[in-house]
Design a protein around this ligand. Structure first.
Ligand code: PRP
Length: 208
């Protein structure tokens, strides 16, 4: 049995559709229920819905053999897992954004609001810039509007949230997409099953 941690939400539904197309269906998952664990014993697969930012915790600790996590989470928490496949879904960018017309003063410590403190620190360290990270849990875009920070480091997908809050991208840190990850011990003991899953997902993704 392969245990799969799926990210709850819109991305997770697309990811499940890809798994089903690849030959790992579990139709009960689509029924109107609050259940979080679904199993198709015939196909040897068990799915769990977990919070997207928790997928890598389940996989790293072996509660799930494999899972699907955003590259943003993998960069931020650097979990000790194998990254097996780019699913080319949930594509977005990790960016630095500032109020329109913002001018940087390189002599001052830059205040950066973000959910991604490690990514932000690494990015500015690579530029040799001193920053003060303000760690927030959401609605990052309002921080510079209220004077809490100078800029933000956040995910940009369509750009609508930035535009509607009169912010603009001033730098790109990384391209983000959903990745298939595996627990390291699971990969050792279930390598054939995990390699087969990876291969079939890659094929199904090409046809999409
Ligand atoms: C994410 C991100 C941006 C927004 C970007 O927020 O933090 O706010 O989506 O998408 P867009 O470029 O298509 O507008 P999320 O919905 O996860 O909410 P939160 O960060 O405020 O919790």
């Amino acid at each position: 049995m392969l245990n799969v941690a799926l990210p709850k939400g819109r991305l997770g539904e697309k990811v499940y559709a890809l798994f089903a197309k690849a030959g790992y269906p579990c139709p009960e998952i689509l029924s109107d229920t609050r259940k979080l664990i679904f199993e198709n014993s015939e196909k040897g697969i068990r799915y769990f819905w977990v919070k997207p930012s928790d997928v890598s915790i389940y996989v790293e600790r072996g509660a799930a053999d494999v899972g699907v996590a955003g590259k943003d989470i993998l960069l931020e928490y650097a979990p000790d897992v194998y990254e097996l496949l780019d699913l080319n879904m949930g594509k977005c960018r990790m960016c630095i954004a500032a109020p329109e017309g913002y001018r940087d003063d390189e002599n001052r410590t830059l205040r950066v609001a973000t959910k991604f403190a490690n990514i932000t620190r690494n990015y500015y360290a690579s530029l040799g810039r001193d920053i003060d990270v303000i760690h927030l849990n959401g609605s990052i875009e309002i921080a510079p509007l209220l004077g809490l920070s100078d800029v933000i480091a956040d995910i940009v997908e369509t750009g609508t949230t930035l535009r509607e809050n009169h912010l603009a991208v001033i730098g790109t840190i990384a391209q983000i997409s959903a990745r298939l990850i595996s627990n390291k011990a699971s990969y050792k003991f279930k390598q054939d099953a995990i390699d087969e899953l990876t291969r079939l997902l890659r094929e199904a993704g090409k046809e999409a």
